[in-house]
Design a protein around this ligand. Structure first.
Ligand code: ADP
Ligand code: MG
Length: 263
């Protein structure tokens, strides 16, 4: 029986779709049968991040409305044998869905996969509820900024009201230079604001844009890059104890190197 993990945030543009595609790929590369579900109906774009936009024939509204079979809505990744994508409808509102069929949709995913990652729209609208009502766990994706954290707090309260107990934080687009210059908040301060456990910290990394433009969700793992950060998150979801990565600015790195030389 797999776990449904909703990937949510208060504001848009925090990196939910990015995390869903790369985390899905990381879990699949570790041998876990993973389904990534686009819960952002209407504004779907997980298909682009996965490079599968031209492979969509049916979406989950077709299964829920009884026009196709469950297997018809599963799109297998051409690169990762354990990664499957479930596309969102572009125009059918999730509020029109039959409750029993919706339940069957999520239950079938749980029975067939180890991990189900649901890429939620920003905020707490219908698309969010479509996934949140059936989710076992949640990952909140936040930028290290007061406004992003404040909005996330409201989403966390909503998820708690839905009795989701495991809600963990991912801080995205961390830039040590901005933290050092006090333009961005540091990780400890962010954690103090939200008081939920942290699952991972992802640096600002240009390989994310490159991966999206190529439609390749599996990131290259480099020492301090987003690829390693996301692999670490996948490892933690598998129950492994993995230390948080420590990011230092180029300036700090230079001084540390210098100190090493002159020690
Ligand atoms: P959301 O789904 O929350 O609206 P997206 O995943 O679409 O956000 O990300 C918004 C933008 O931020 C995208 O252009 C994406 O490439 C970029 N982005 C996300 N995370 C990172 C990162 N760690 N480093 C660099 N760019 C990132
Ligand atoms: Mg998105």
């Amino acid at each position: 029986m797999g776990n449904i993990i909703i990937i949510a945030s208060g504001k848009g543009g925090t990196g939910k779709t990015t995390l869903t595609s790369h985390l899905g790929a990381a879990l699949a590369s570790m041998g876990k049968l993973t389904a990534v579900v686009d819960a952002d109906a209407g504004f779907r774009n997980l298909d682009i991040a996965l490079g599968l936009e031209s492979s969509i024939v049916y979406d989950y509204s077709d299964f829920i409305n009884g026009t196709c079979l469950f297997d018809d809505i599963l799109i297998k990744s051409p690169d990762l044998s354990d990664l499957y994508f479930v596309p969102a409808p572009q125009s059918v509102p999730t509020t029109d869905f039959d409750k029993e069929k919706t339940e069957e949709f999520w239950d079938t995913l749980k029975n067939r996969f180890d991990f189900i990652l649901a890429d939620a729209p920003a905020g707490m609208g219908d698309g969010f509820m479509f996934a949140a009502e059936y989710a076992d766990e949640a990952i909140i994706v936040c930028l290290p900024q007061t406004s992003s954290l404040r909005d996330a707090d409201r989403v966390i309260t909503e998820l708690e009201n839905l009795s989701i107990e495991k809600i963990r934080l991912v801080l995205n687009r961390i830039q040590p230079e901005l933290i050092e210059n006090k333009v961005a908040m540091n990780v400890d301060d962010c954690m103090d604001v939200l008081s939920i456990p942290i699952l991972g910290i992802i640096p600002e990394d240009k390989i994310i844009a490159e991966a999206i433009s190529k439609g390749q969700p599996l990131l290259k793992v480099t020492d301090y890059g987003a690829g390693r950060a996301i692999n670490n998150i996948a490892g933690r979801l598998l129950g492994n104890e993995i230390h948080m990565m420590k990011f230092i600015s180029k300036k700090e790195g230079f001084f540390r190197k210098l100190a090493g030389i002159f020690k």
